[in-house]
Design a protein around this ligand. Structure first.
Ligand code: AMP
Length: 274
């Protein structure tokens, strides 16, 4: 219950302990664990939320199938010494008469994830705003794995004068470079073997751009390489690392390369800095 959370939260506040929140959708893996460890280093107390948020899935997306491993998640969180797990029911977050939606603009309209998942950022912004208000943390940690999401949430916190500082955490990868993701369990052995191509191509493109090759040529080659590896590409883009505005040259500021592509029925995203 939100009221119980508030009591717990207030008790911690009155003891002058700083609080970090790590929002997740569960099916926890090493990527989540690294966020929790970062939260631990930055705050006295750590809250982890687990909520598979229906509002950020389109009807044709994988809400029903999304992996749910609650018992294993609780054990992992206990081992990580998390102080509080906030796992609200859908009805707690969205009672029947729920009627409010936050629709972010700016980085949420960059023509990246938003172009392929039009529901996504309104769902994310609404639930993250609720989680930040419910838990009122001093900091909230989000992964760079979801790079556009991190930028959207940082802007949301600023625009709504929320007191929580948004902290980004680096991407955790498998040994072969594949970014850790709860959705990696969907990959068949053949798809799993092909999947590291995404990260490999990103790194090759970043090296070429850093060496001065024209961005558009590099991206065109990268798009081909991703298709050759068996992916259907949604986008491979070079963007300003902060504003997500298109970047035509390294003169346009720090650059981030972002990719989304589908292999079989699974959609993967990844990104690297140049
Ligand atoms: P999710 O449970 O997929 O919604 O992710 C919860 C948080 O963990 C988000 O802030 C993600 O960006 C972050 N995250 C997921 N995978 C990784 C990863 N491989 N490395 C770093 N952070 C991650």
């Amino acid at each position: 219950m939100v009221a119980e959370l508030r009591v717990q939260r207030t008790t911690r506040k009155t003891t002058k302990k700083t609080i970090a929140l790590v929002p997740t959708m569960g099916a926890l893996h090493e990527g989540h664990a690294s966020l929790i460890r970062l939260a631990r280093r930055r705050a006295d107390r750590v809250i982890v939320s687990i909520f598979v948020n229906p509002a950020q899935f389109a009807p044709n997306e994988d809400f029903r199938l999304y992996p749910r491993t609650f018992a294993a998640d609780l054990a992992a969180l206990a081992a990580l010494n998390v102080d509080l797990v906030w796992a609200p029911a859908v009805e707690t977050m969205y009672p029947g008469d729920f009627a409010t939606k936050i629709v972010p603009e700016g980085p949420a309209q960059a023509g990246l994830e938003d172009a392929f998942r039009p529901h996504f950022f309104a769902g994310v912004a609404t639930v993250v705003a609720k989680l930040l208000i419910q838990c009122a943390p001093d900091i909230a940690v989000f992964g760079e794995k979801d790079y556009q999401q991190l930028k959207v949430i940082a802007r949301l916190a600023r625009d709504l004068d929320l007191k929580s500082r948004i902290v980004g955490a680096p991407i955790v990868r498998e040994r072969d470079g594949l970014a850790r993701s709860s959705r990696n369990v969907y990959l068949s052995p053949r798809e799993r073997a092909a999947a590291p191509a995404l990260c490999r191509v990103l790194k090759e493109c970043a090296a070429k751009i850093a060496a001065g090759q024209p961005i558009n040529d590099v991206l065109a080659e990268g798009r081909e390489a991703i298709a050759d590896a068996g992916f259907a590409l949604d986008y491979l883009e070079a963007r300003h690392a902060d504003t997500l505005a298109p970047a035509a040259s390294t003169m346009d500021g720090p650059i981030r390369l972002l990719v989304a592509a589908r292999i079989g029925n699974t959609r993967l995203i990844d990104n690297v800095g140049v």
